[in-house]
Design a protein around this ligand. Structure first.
Ligand code: FAD
Length: 444
């Protein structure tokens, strides 16, 4: 039987192992993870910290259960320190020392690490990041022991904002600081204004166009680039992630333009016996075919399927990544799919835009709430390049329709024709998607 070694046992690593086992009951699979947990739900961590998920166990899969269910040799607390390609071996390190393991195929899914700016006074401050279960436990224990009253959150991306909500729900006053002029850079500026307003309404302080400069007063005073200061009992650093490429680089595996590991459409690196997936790789953009790095769970799961299929001798088409994301911020649902204005400009793609402020369903039926939609499209062909959907109700459904429309290569004219089902609690005789289509089509 083939021997497959997997580095990293969470989003990509656990998923690819389970998928390989579904295809082949004989192959030998060994997962190495330097942490103590595998197959956990990183995405659930903010909600444990906010108390929405009461038991930590609910986001953890016991290692033994995973081992048994998929007949995989799981070695936690074990770091893969180097890859020796010519001998097809890896060197691993655990509590008791170092040893080698040989492979027929190696799969690496080492994820990404939080970027932590190296500023003055950082070591005295209570600075946290949220990537791993130990990170989560550290924050949880700090909150329990120290009962912080206020928190600075550096970075207004989805982890920063999810944490602002969850810390706020625990009675901690939060200030979100972002050095750009808007939070959530995946959505366009006009749409981000809706988020800014909602944050302020909920009592989250927002400081834009200003960045972290350092700490003083035992870390309790946060200094900003503008010279302003604020008091914070804790800081959450949510300033983005960088792919973990050290292991790959040391083995001369090629990196791509984004700095993540380069792979072909079957997720093979420049060494055909080594596959890579997840937050550590760049794949191609659905629209342009150009390299693109998207650190989200969907790509990791899809890539796991592509790898398992390739190992089973099947060549599944890889159409690339559209880039669809969604998250909750208090009462808002914030979704985005495809490109925004900035990434289209960077790619040199001309576009037109249409937007709509409306209601999720018939206004006279209870529960009808505000919904904002925006679409970017090609003025000649009507090809849809990107959409943002923000709303208090019904946003996830519209995002799903628009992401599907993009994948199916529908045009803005097709959006007019989508029959999405109407009754007052759900929609209007012309769904917001239809109206968005009519508005966009008028500009063609
Ligand atoms: P990971 O899941 O991070 O796994 C990498 C693993 O590799 C780690 O366990 C690490 O210990 C191990 N490792 C690294 N190097 C080595 C080595 N040399 N030897 C052994 N082990 C090693 N995505 C969404 O789509 N939706 C969400 O709502 C969402 N919420 C998130 C919330 C948070 C707080 C975080 C942190 C992430 C969230 N994500 C979300 C992103 C999603 O979790 C990742 O895209 C996904 O987990 C990527 O999988 P991965 O295998 O690349 O990396």
């Amino acid at each position: 039987a083939q021997r497959i070694l997997v580095v990293g046992g969470v989003g990509g690593g656990a998923t690819v192992s389970a998928q390989i086992r579904r295809n082949d009951k004989d192959v030998e699979i060994i997962i190495f993870d330097k942490g103590e947990h595998v197959a956990f739900s990183n995405c659930g961590m903010p909600y444990y910290l906010g108390g929405v998920i009461e038991n930590k166990e609910d986001i953890l899969v016991p290692v033994d259960k995973f081992r048994e269910k998929y007949a995989v040799d799981v070695r936690t607390g074990t770091e893969v320190t180097s890859i020796h390609r010519s001998e097809k071996k890896v060197l691993v390190k655990d509590k008791s020392g170092e040893y080698e393991e040989s492979y027929d195929k190696l799969i690496i899914s080492p994820g990404a690490s939080a970027v932590v700016p190296d500023v003055e006074g950082r070591d005295e401050a209570c600075v946290f990041t949220l990537r791993t279960i130990p990170d989560m436990e550290e924050i949880h224990q700090f909150i329990e022991r120290n009962q912080p009253k206020n928190a600075a959150i550096i970075g207004g991306g989805f982890i920063g904002l999810e944490m602002a909500e969850n810390l706020h729900e625990r009675g901690i006053t939060c200030t979100v600081i972002d050095r750009s002029s808007q939070v959530m850079k995946v959505v366009d500026k006009d749409m981000a204004e809706v988020i800014h307003e909602h944050l302020r309404e909920k009592g989250i302080k927002l400081i834009l166009d200003d960045g972290l400069a350092g700490y003083s007063n035992n870390g309790k005073t946060v200094h900003l680039s503008s010279g302003d200061t604020l008091q914070a009992d804790m800081t959450l650093m949510a300033t983005g992630v960088k792919p973990n490429t050290g292991l790959a680089e040391a083995a001369s595996l090629k990196l791509g333009r984004s700095g993540a590991i380069a792979v072909n459409e079957y997720m093979q690196t420049n060494d055909p016996d080594i596959y890579a997936l997840g937050d550590a790789v760049e794949t191609k953009d659905f629209f342009t075919g150009e390299p693109r790095h998207v650190a989200l769970a969907w790509p990791a799961h899809r890539q796991a399927y592509l790898i398992a299929s390739h190992l089973a001798g099947e060549q599944v088409n890889n159409h690339g990544i559209i880039g669809t994301s969604i998250f909750k911020l208090f009462d808002l649902t914030i979704g985005s799919t495809g490109h925004n204005k900035e990434t289209l400009k960077d790619a040199g793609i001309p576009y037109k835009e249409a937007s709509l402020e409306t209601y999720s369903h018939a206004k006279y039926y209870p529960g009808s709430e505000k919904l904002w939609l925006k679409i970017l499209f090609d003025a000649d062909k009507g090809t849809i390049y990107g959409c943002d959907v923000i709303g208090l109700d019904g946003a996830d459904k519209r995002l799903g329709v628009l992401a599907t429309a993009i994948r199916g290569k529908l045009t803005v004219a097709d959006l007019e024709e989508l029959e999405l089902g109407y009754a007052p609690p759900y929609s209007a005789p012309k769904d917001p998607i239809n109206i968005l289509g009519y508005k966009a089509n008028q500009q063609m």
